[in-house]
Ligand binder design. Structure first.
Ligand code: GDP
Ligand code: FE
Ligand code: FE
Ligand code: FE
Length: 189
């Protein structure tokens, strides 16, 4: 890690509103608890929790420029900030914060839409983001109970709940979100 914890916190706080900065700190604490409970890397869980929404408040044009320049998945061009801040945000975390750890960067990349194959760290950040103590939505108690049962149960509950929510809103669903749902909830056809 090139930055000290204090430097990292300053750099993150400069990018985020006060409420978003409080959120990432709660995700960090939740991720640390999950890492201890499930025997994952606590240090990585801490850093990944802190940086997962680093790019959340960047303008759309910046994400589009990076998608083109870095030749990322062309499906990304029709997505939105919800998808970009994680999938493309990982690039900004690496470039600007000097975090080159592949496990941390993948956890940032996967924190919103999950993935067909997820490491314990991926699952921890995906789930911690959903159940941190500041979250309140119908189903939150079930989401916390699922995460307490197992990381996989937490992932299954979350992707299922998110897809239902997106379908109800009739918004564009990113293809990889459906891949995650198929892999974790629907199983093989
Ligand atoms: P946050 O960054 O802490 O607010 O939480 P997330 O990174 O988990 O989610 C960001 C937003 O993306 C949420 O509003 C999700 O509902 C939304 N989202 C997740 N998957 C998709 C998708 O496939 N399509 C669209 N349009 N939005 C999605
Ligand atoms: Fe996010
Ligand atoms: Fe999430
Ligand atoms: Fe978040």
């Amino acid at each position: 890690m090139p930055l000290t914890r204090a430097e990292l916190l300053t750099r993150i706080s400069e990018q985020l509103s006060a409420s978003r900065f409080a959120h990432v700190q709660r995700v960090e604490q939740t991720a640390i608890k999950l890492a201890k409970k499930y025997g994952a890397d606590v240090q990585r869980a801490s850093i990944a929790g802190l940086v997962h929404d680093y790019a959340k408040q960047r303008p759309d044009q910046e994400f589009k420029r990076i998608i083109r320049q870095q030749q990322l998945d062309p499906d990304l061009l029709t997505a939105n900030n919800g998808i970009w801040h994680g999938v493309v945000g990982a690039y900004l975390v690496e470039q600007e914060l000097g975090i080159h750890d592949t496990q941390i960067l993948n956890a940032v990349r996967r924190h919103t839409i999950g993935a067909v194959e997820m490491t314990a760290l991926d699952k921890i950040i995906f789930v911690a983001d959903f159940i941190e103590p500041g979250r309140d939505f119908p189903g939150i108690e079930q989401a916390r109970a699922a995460a307490n049962e197992s990381l996989d149960a937490g992932v299954r509950f979350e992707i299922s709940n998110t897809l239902k929510f997106l379908l109800a809103k009739q918004v564009n669903i990113y293809p990889k979100t459906i891949d995650t749902y198929n892999a974790w909830v629907a199983g093989k056809s």
